[in-house]
Design a binder for this molecule. Structure first.
Ligand code: SAM
Length: 450
């Protein structure tokens, strides 16, 4: 092994460890990895960092068992140990090589004095990993690398599905595209993929969706390598997220509100699927994220009115003319998309769920106030926790006399493995369709009580 700090493997480990340390301190993986974006090792750093985040809660206790005072260690060095532990446990690299690279990485991190400790701890980890990890694996939450509270909440909500959910949460997600079938037929696009050296298959159950179909790639690829990406034939979107147009049923000329629109994936799908133009207003509280809606619409050749506002304050942006259709794709815990964002397991706190549920109810109330009588609202989240889903819809229906559940395809009629709830349908990550976890419910405005 060269002792040079220029060793790319050592740099990759060090940059990944920095990102892991930042997430442990409460930053999102996207923010934490932004620093590595310019790195020539960007994809390797991302893979190692996200993999470590995925398994952090299983590996950290094993590593800590080898340290006298883990809390006294510099954060980057602590993260380096867990990151190297991930490489030893989950990569094909020879353990001795990983140990050497981690020792070098202490210099990259500006902490060469930690090299002896890193060397000693990791050598013991290599020798004793099976014994160290056995007690972790005996505890279901730690063995599954989930925080206790989340494991319990998932097991309470989905007792028959918990093993598959945590397995799927820790698996690598498929890359799924939404193909605009008005621009390219599924058969043509599969041919385009093959010509570009990429394989994929069409999910037939999404092809029922007028105007689009989901295509699962055999292997993830950069968007630059996707045929027709720049031309707007395809967007990256999980198949479970591709159900909003079907549920909303917007027809040309309708006034439609996307109440939580950024980055615009569902807004663009609504526009793309309609057989004629929609009068779409896309609202988001986050001005920066709204910029991404603009980029997406431009790439796809679509248009909408974009508004940076808190949808809970309609007076700040609404002209008083009711909307025929409203999509509330609410901010949520993201517990249905953990396989794409493993940092969620490190960032969420048990109290977050109730806080999200409060915000969701407030957003739902405000959005419903802008809905025309006879109009339809779709409420969706990428959460699998009932408190954010049917819990919110139930409370809302209980307090709003003009709101009623609207008919919708439920359970398997919506998607393979869809679970019909008393209100709405839940897709689970790890369910039969292989989608992320999404929840959908439809509410209509009656003239009752008006
Ligand atoms: C789940 S994301 C929406 C994803 C989007 N529908 C898509 O498919 O691309 C939730 C969005 O709600 C926005 N948001 C949160 N609170 C809001 C509020 N009070 N008013 C408007 N937007 C809000 C967030 O900034 C975030 O972009």
């Amino acid at each position: 092994m060269s002792g040079s700090p220029e060793n790319p493997g050592a740099r990759t480990l060090a940059e990944a460890a920095r990102a892991v340390a930042a997430v442990v301190q409460g930053r999102s993986a996207d923010e934490a990895l932004a620093a590595a974006d310019a790195s020539p090792r960007r994809s390797a750093v991302r893979a190692v960092a996200l993999g470590t985040m995925r398994w952090y809660l299983r590996l950290r206790p094993a590593m800590d068992a080898l340290l006298n005072r883990p809390e006294a260690l510099a954060r980057d060095i602590h993260a380096l140990l867990v990151t190297a532990g991930y490489q030893i446990e989950y990569s094909r690299d020879a353990p001795a090589l990983v140990v050497n690279l981690a020792v070098e990485a202490t210099r990259v991190l500006g902490q060469p004095r930690a090299s002896g400790l890193v060397n000693a701890v990791l050598r013991r980890f290599v020798r004793e990993a099976r014994t160290l990890l056995a007690p972790m694996d005996a505890g279901s939450a730690v063995g599954a690398a989930h925080p206790d509270w989340l494991y319990e909440a998932l097991a309470d909500a989905w007792p028959g599905h918990i093993d598959r959910i945590v397995w799927a949460n820790n698996a690598h997600p498929p890359m799924v595209l939404r193909l605009s079938t008005r621009r390219r037929s599924p058969a043509e696009y599969l041919g385009d993929l093959a010509a570009a050296g990429l394989g994929g298959s069409v999910l037939d159950w999404t092809a029922a969706e007028a105007g689009s179909a989901a295509v699962v790639l055999d292997r993830p690829a950069g968007v630059g390598a996707l045929p027709g990406f720049k031309e707007g034939w395809v967007s990256v979107q999980d198949a479970g997220a591709q159900l909003a147009p079907r549920l909303l049923g917007a027809t040309p000329g309708m006034r439609v509100l996307d109440a939580c629109a950024a980055p615009g994936t569902k807004a663009s799908h609504l526009l793309e699927s309609a057989s004629g133009p929609l009068d779409l207003t896309a609202v988001d509280i986050d001005r920066n994220r709204l910029g991404r809606v603009e980029e997406n619409l431009q790439r796809l050749g679509l248009s909408a009115r974009l508004v940076a506002a808190d949808v809970r304050d309609p007076s700040s942006f609404w002209d008083g003319r009711p909307f025929d259709r409203i999509l509330v794709d609410a901010p949520c815990s993201g517990t249905g998309v953990i396989r794409r964002h493993p940092d969620i397991k490190l960032l969420r706190r048990p109290t977050d769920v109730a806080a999200f549920a409060r915000t969701q109810l407030e957003i739902l109330r405000a959005a419903f106030g802008m809905l025309a009588p006879g109009g339809r609202l779709v409420y969706s989240t990428c959460s699998v926790l009932p408190d954010e889903n049917e819990g919110v819809v139930r409370r809302f229906l209980g307090e709003e006399p003009q709101a009623a559940p609207a008919p919708m395809p439920c359970g398997e009629d919506l998607a393979p493995g869809g679970i019909a709830r008393k209100l709405g349908t839940q897709l689970l990550c790890g369910g039969a369709a292989g989608t992320d976890g999404f929840y959908y419910a439809c509410v209509e405005k009656t003239t009752r009580g008006s």
